[in-house]
Design a protein around this ligand. Structure first.
Ligand code: CP
Ligand code: NVA
Length: 337
């Protein structure tokens, strides 16, 4: 169906463009089936281990609900409640879990860990975020873009006609994935970030190789106005990612203050219908401990996106969050059913 049966899902670069779009098509089918009450359970009798060495709300919830909807069972494991990392190596953990489970989801720091798991588990390993990549997030983002693509003269814009501008920390997992996944889908993708926070040259080169096959247009720029001009979708993420020390906040704010997604930045798209994506969680108000701490030190009441802009685009952003579940379900069905 998608050619992904029995395979791991570790990073976007491992997939062919048709495999990527196959997952998006499957996710749309699964979403429609759930809505219509006609979903068929294709994962009955399967057991899936969910290993989270970093915290999560969406990704864990999405894997659990997707698995249950499809008739599979899950076990949640984290470092505080398992031997992983401190008492047992990743390689040994892989060989144990592979004997019991049909698939393993892993979220952690090193991409090498998820690759080691895949090399030794003997079952598909699915990357739920590492410091390098966030591939399941990208499927949700692309499904959301397809659903909210502008309609011009009665026709919904195709993938290749869509313009996506990611604004913020261009070196983090999300930004790297935005570039490579956007190349796979054939988008016009811009990463808009100050020079010290632009994606590494090897990531840009890898994305360009994919783009040469798909016709995607890629750009990396520190110029906000040029970067967001004509965007159908603006995308942002937190300025400090999980695993980074709190000490980096001051430097990051100084670098990214001018890259905040606010009314002025949205206006700079020149597109009154431009939509906002955010992988979440977001610092758009004082509802978080980090947000309040930064506010006490800087007076900023929002970081990567203002509350006004976030709330104006909340419908799309929470569709995007919901789509984590439908797209992760597609990954489970494609690799395991
Ligand atoms: N977007 C995302 O991965 O969210 P969680 O960290 O809550 O899983
Ligand atoms: N870049 C963020 C993404 C969270 C979903 C992080 O790694 O914390």
């Amino acid at each position: 169906m998608t050619g992904l049966h029995g395979r791991s899902f570790l990073k976007e670069l491992d997939l062919a463009p048709a495999e990527w779009t196959g997952l998006l098509d499957l996710a749309a089918e699964l979403k429609a089936a759930k809505r219509a009450g006609t979903e068929t359970q294709r994962l009955r009798g399967k057991n899936i281990a969910l290993v989270f060495a970093k915290t999560s709300t969406r990704t864990r919830a999405a894997f659990e609900v997707a698995a249950y909807d499809q008739g599979a069972h899950v076990t949640f494991l984290d470092p505080t409640a398992s031997q992983l990392g401190h008492k047992e190596s990743v390689k040994d953990t892989a060989r144990v879990l592979g004997r019991m489970y049909d698939a393993i989801e892993f979220r952690g720091e090193a991409q090498a860990d998820v690759e080691t798991l895949a090399a030794h588990a003997g079952v598909p390993v699915l990357n739920g975020l590492t410091d390098d990549w966030h591939p399941t997030q990208m499927l949700a983002d692309h499904l959301t873009m397809r659903e909210h693509a502008p309609v011009v003269d009665g026709r919904r814009k195709a993938d290749a006609e869509l313009v996506l501008a990611y604004v913020g920390d261009g070196r983090n997992n999300t930004a790297r994935s935005v570039l490579v996944a956007g190349a796979l889908l054939g988008l016009d993708v811009r990463v808009v970030a100050p020079v010290p926070l632009q994606p590494a040259a090897d990531v840009v080169a890898a994305a360009r190789q994919v783009a040469a096959r798909t016709g995607a247009r890629l750009a990396v720029t520190d110029d906000v106005a040029a970067g967001v001009a004509g965007a159908d979708f603006v995308y942002t993420d937190v300025w400090v990612s999980m695993g980074e020390p709190p000490a980096v906040w001051a430097e990051r704010i100084a670098l990214l203050r001018d890259y905040q997604v606010n009314a002025g930045l949205m206006a700079a798209t020149g597109n009154p219908a431009a939509k906002l994506l955010h992988c979440l969680p977001a610092y758009h108000d004082l509802g978080t401990a980090v947000g309040r701490e930064v506010h006490a030190q800087t007076g900023m009441d929002a970081l990567e996106v203002t509350d006004e802009v976030f709330e104006a685009h909340a419908e799309v952003i929470f569709d995007q969050a919901e789509n984590r579940m439908h797209t992760i379900k597609a990954v489970l069905v494609a690799t395991l059913a």
